[in-house]
Design a protein around this ligand. Structure first.
Ligand code: SF4
Ligand code: SF4
Length: 369
């Protein structure tokens, strides 16, 4: 154990990350996970003694935006620490190997570490034309995902494309693009981390939690971790007081826009979008889209892209929602969309309590799922 402890701390120190930085990092992850401060020290202790886990990162119909987001994760060392804690054996954008050598690395992980490695999938999986729209090394994305994910201890579908199909699945969806859980419905160990792109700090927190506790944190009915997707953007928005007071931006650059009024009328999808952007922020927590004066475009929802566009047309006519619920009447889909989202949020609460019960029961049995 002492050797294991030396291993991770030595590796981190070689990269200029001190033990203090590491403990501070774990404290930050605890706050992203909405856990008490003491959980940071607990996770640091668990990580110090954990075996270096293997990770393979598959990219299919994607733009590599989630990879970029993760590598640019702020609060220095987030990506460094995670990449040092993990052994990334296959990642098309990051690895030096190419061609047959790269594919051999992937095959070696699948053959020699069944049930041990973590798989991350970025991008949607095309199912049309027998998978011919996306092939790597002569194999279809579907075939690769089936083989790699079914042998993994767990799979993370990172970004909206991997979670739900995303932009490639927008109508008319010419490639038959699907998210991982739809393409591989028998796969039971998937966690969805939607958004376009997913927030690197949420991914880091998810991985840290998994490594420290050997199970996923509580999930909602879309298999999203509740720490990141349990509340709507609207619930935590800094402009919420303006929404409640009926103070809206009517046009870009008007007085209301300059005063930081609510962006609902110019298309904000925050009321139907669930993610922790207002709390975690972007660019080292410097700011986030609504903080910069741009509406939320609903990038983390299953309905993105088709039902969240046009981005600058607002949702309106929401019965019983806020004191100015009748500020406008827009298309029927908008009301239906909001209703569905809030029904889903109800399910989230049910999912939360079920997930909590499930994880308590699993804890009793020592089950890592
Ligand atoms: S509608 Fe958008 S800008 Fe307005 S309070 Fe809700 S999330 Fe914030
Ligand atoms: S504010 Fe909305 S559109 Fe922007 S990143 Fe967060 S969920 Fe996505």
């Amino acid at each position: 154990m002492a050797q294991q402890r030396r291993w991770i701390l030595d590796e981190l120190e070689r990269k200029g990350v001190t033990r203090r930085d590491f403990v501070r990092f774990c404290g930050l992850m605890a706050s992203v996970l909405a856990l008490p401060k003491s959980a940071g020290a607990e996770m640091a202790k668990a990580l110090e003694t954990t075996k270096k886990p293997i990770l393979v990162w598959l990219e299919f119909q994607d733009c590599a935006g989630n990879t970029e987001s993760f590598l640019r994760a702020g609060r220095p060392t987030v990506a460094d620490i995670i990449l040092d804690v993990l052994s990334v054996d296959y990642h098309e954008t990051l690895m030096a190997a190419a061609g047959h050598q790269a594919e051999a690395n992937l095959q070696a992980v699948v053959d020699n570490h069944r049930g041990e490695y973590l798989a991350v999938v970025e991008g949607s999986i095309p199912t049309g034309a027998n998978g011919a729209y996306c092939t790597i090394g002569g194999r279809s994305a579907l075939d690769i995902a089936r083989q790699v994910c079914s042998g993994a201890a767990a799979t993370i579908a990172i970004g909206t494309c991997a979670a739900y199909g995303g932009i490639p699945a927008a109508a008319p969806n010419p490639t038959g693009a699907l998210g991982v859980t739809d393409a591989l419905p028998d796969l039971k160990t998937v966690v969805n981390m939607p958004a376009c792109p997913a927030n690197g700090e949420n991914l880091a927190a998810l991985v840290v939690y998994y490594l420290a506790y050997n199970r996923w944190p509580p999930l909602d009915h879309y298999r999203r971790p509740l720490f990141a997707y349990g509340k709507s953007i609207h619930d935590n928005c800094e402009r919420r007081a303006h929404y409640d007071a009926g103070q809206y931006v009517e046009q870009w650059g008007d007085g209301g826009h300059r005063k930081g009024y609510c962006l609902y009328k110019v298309g904000c999808k925050g009321p139907v979008t669930f993610q922790n952007c207002p709390n975690v922020g972007w660019n080292e927590g410097t700011n986030w889209p609504i903080g910069c004066g741009h509406p939320c475009i609903g990038c983390a929802e299953p309905d993105f892209w088709d039902k969240m566009t046009p981005f600058y047309a607002h949702l309106g006519g929401i019965p019983g929602f806020g004191i100015h619920s009748d500020i406008d009447r827009i298309g029927l889909w908008a009301t239906a969309g909001v209703g569905a989202a809030f029904a889903a949020h109800g399910l989230v609460q049910i999912g939360r309590s079920m997930a909590d019960k499930r994880s308590a029961a699993a804890e009793d049995k020592g089950d890592p799922s």
